[in-house]
Design a protein around this ligand. Structure first.
Ligand code: F6P
Length: 342
């Protein structure tokens, strides 16, 4: 019986378990043994696995997170680790490996594929910033959570006649901010793709104050930057993939808005709330469709590819295309959000 491994890497997100469930269920039907690799690439480096069968995936469809665990381990940071990962692939007698991850995790999958390992990719991230797929699972859940929070902030902002600044995740792409800002009828949405002009923001807020009984909602993406300013970081240390930890722009903005306008302002940082809890219907279905397509790709020996969503069709693209660049916010979509500013 051929054995196929599956791992989840990088930040977790709702929808990972539906992918795992689909791979296991369809994989068994196709005659494969499916084995889980624990904690992303760390598990392959250490040779740490969990057996997966129908029973282990019975009740996981609605469960957030990942039953396999995850990490931000980058085996290419230390070539000895990379060699161990390749050796364990062989030692575990893996026929193929299904890798569920974002830009970083799939970047490793792409390199390992070039070194001869049979891999298939599945795109995940709440940030929706992966190239070559219209959407990633996790994004829909994150924007629903963020929108619900914005709706809640609105009532308290209105009662207190305040400006509420809501900082959302998304790294260097403003997808979560634009979608939740549009859906939550924010007065201003600020994203990494366009530098922030604080004077313009205050102008909009003064205008919105008149219209909206004296309150306003500002949604800002964690990676947004002021016109004259650097990215705001939580810590300067880089992770194994060379990324900084973003966060803090909401606080900075809130102080600037209050100082310039005199409007009482509060900030809420949604942080990991956006990644937790049960996946939405969209993410359960997309994750399931991706999982089925991934095991089908492995079965058809189409290695070095990632499943993707194109329109409403599940297709596949070479992994190298998926990790070639980040998918940033479509200008036309941001222009729509801007129509509703203030
Ligand atoms: O990539 C997903 C994401 O949630 C980003 O939006 C955020 O910047 C980052 O991960 C947070 O990472 P961590 O969970 O390591 O704090």
């Amino acid at each position: 019986m051929k054995r196929i491994g599956i791992l989840t890497g990088g930040g977790d997100c709702p929808g990972l378990n539906p992918v795992i469930r689909a791979v296991v269920m369809k994989g068994i039907k196709l005659g494969y043994e499916i084995v889980g690799i624990k904690d992303g690439w760390k598990g392959l480096v250490e040779g740490s696995t969990i057996p997966l069968n129908e029973k282990s995936v019975l009740d996981i469809l609605a469960k957030g997170g990942t039953i396999l665990g995850t990490s931000r381990t980058n085996p290419y940071k230390d070539l000895k680790q990379k060699d161990r990962a390749i050796a364990n692939f062989k030692k575990l007698k893996l026929y193929a490996l299904i890798v569920i991850g974002g830009e970083d995790t799939l970047g490793v999958a792409n390199k390992l594929n070039k070194e001869g390992l049979r891999v298939v990719g599945v795109p995940k991230t709440i940030d929706n910033d992966l190239n070559a797929t219209d959407f990633t699972f996790g994004f829909d859940t994150a924007v629903n959570i963020a929108t619900d929070c914005i709706d809640r902030l609105r009532t308290t902002a209105e009662s207190h006649h305040r400006v509420m600044v809501c900082e959302v995740m998304g790294r260097h792409a403003g997808w979560i901010a634009v979608y939740s800002g549009l859906a939550g009828a924010a007065d201003v949405v600020l994203i990494p793709e366009e530098r922030i002009d604080i004077n313009e923001v205050c102008k909009i807020l003064r205008r919105s104050r008149k219209k909206r009984k004296g309150y306003s909602i500002v949604v800002v993406s964690e990676g947004a930057q002021l016109k004259k300013g650097d990215m705001v970081l939580q810590e300067k240390e880089l992770d194994a993939f060379g990324h900084v930890r973003l966060g803090g722009i909401g606080n900075q903005l809130s102080e600037m808005i209050e100082a310039r306008t005199g409007f009482e302002t509060r900030v809420v940082v949604l942080g990991h709330m956006q990644r937790g809890g049960t996946p939405t219907v969209m993410d359960r279905v997309l994750g399931t469709r991706f999982g089925i397509a991934a095991i089908d790709l492995a079965h058809k020996k189409k290695f070095g590819h990632m499943v993707c969503l194109s329109g409403n069709q599940i297709k596949s693209v070479p992994l190298s295309r998926a990790v070639a660049k980040l998918k940033t916010v479509d200008k036309k979509l941001y222009d729509i959000a801007k129509l509703f500013f203030g």
